[in-house]
Design a binder for this molecule. Structure first.
Ligand code: NAD
Length: 239
């Protein structure tokens, strides 16, 4: 299986990685779903919607401060780094649902953050946006304009940043291989990206320890974690 995928990668002009929470799991950042997923212990609707935020901004910010701290302390793993290594040989684009910035910290040069970034914050009212690399002691934090600041992430029920999403579709539609790793493919519209890639007859590769709802659509699958499978794949690719 690794040899077959490596061959596809060698022949590809453009490789797109579609990634999700699972690729950062081995950096110590919990996923949402699955065995140790966050939604086992927390109610998404009380923490990750705009209504929940306005109802109890302090609670939501407490939760985000904790997740921000965890992400500030995390390091990119061998899976993130293997993707960077491939840039030496092909055009590589990362379309990520992750909000942790670990692909960029690993060194990936082309990353589209479909769901925003937990490191970034924005005002709920004015145009203020910033990247803040520490936790807020006063929560909810306030903007200079007096209104509440929020994490610059896409919550359930909110639209994706349209320019980013449009670029993601364009990359998906023009890739030769799409490697889908660390995502359960249940969150829409990100889970439509493999369908756009298929329109270009791209080879779909899934790397995930578990099957997903789209496993049957994949051309090739590896049942392993990303920090194990991706470095192995890249080393076979380079032979
Ligand atoms: P998800 O939690 O729904 O699914 C995680 C997937 O990763 C599962 O299919 C699981 O089998 C797989 N997985 C678990 N460990 C893995 C590993 N070591 N290697 C490879 N795969 C592994 O995650 P999702 O599909 O990204 O869900 C989308 C939402 O979760 C997004 O909105 C995203 O913003 C958010 N999220 C992001 C982070 C992060 O930024 N690190 C963390 C938690 C949730």
């Amino acid at each position: 299986m690794f040899d077959q995928i490596a061959e596809k990668l060698r022949n590809a002009k453009k490789i797109v990685f579609t990634t999700g929470a699972g690729i950062s799991q081995e950096s110590g950042i919990p996923t949402f779903r699955g065995k140790d997923g966050l939604w086992r212990n927390y109610d998404a609707m009380k923490l990750a919607t705009i209504d929940a935020f306005y109802e109890n901004p302090k609670l939501v910010w407490e939760w985000y401060n904790e997740r921000r701290q965890n992400i500030f302390e995390a390091e990119p793993n061998l899976g993130h780094k293997a993707i960077v290594e491939l840039e030496k040989f092909s055009q590589v684009v990362v379309l990520t649902q992750n909000i942790d910035g670990l692909h960029q910290r690993a060194g990936s040069s082309k990353v589209l953050e479909l769901h925003g970034s937990i490191v970034k914050i924005k005002c709920t009212v004015c145009d203020y946006k910033d990247e803040i690399l520490y936790n807020f002691s006063e929560i909810p934090p306030l903007c200079k304009c007096g209104n509440i600041l929020r994490p610059d992430v896409v919550w359930f029920g909110e639209g994706l940043p349209q320019d980013v999403w449009q670029q993601a579709i364009d990359h998906a539609k023009s890739c030769d291989v799409m490697v889908i790793t660390g995502t359960s493919l249940v969150v829409s519209p990100a889970n439509t990206l493999p369908i756009y890639a298929k329109q270009n007859n791209a080879t779909l590769v899934e790397i995930n320890p578990d099957e997903t709802i789209m496993t049957s659509e994949m051309d090739l699958s590896i049942r392993s974690t990303s920090a194990t499978a991706l470095p192995e794949l890249v080393s076979i690719f380079k032979k």
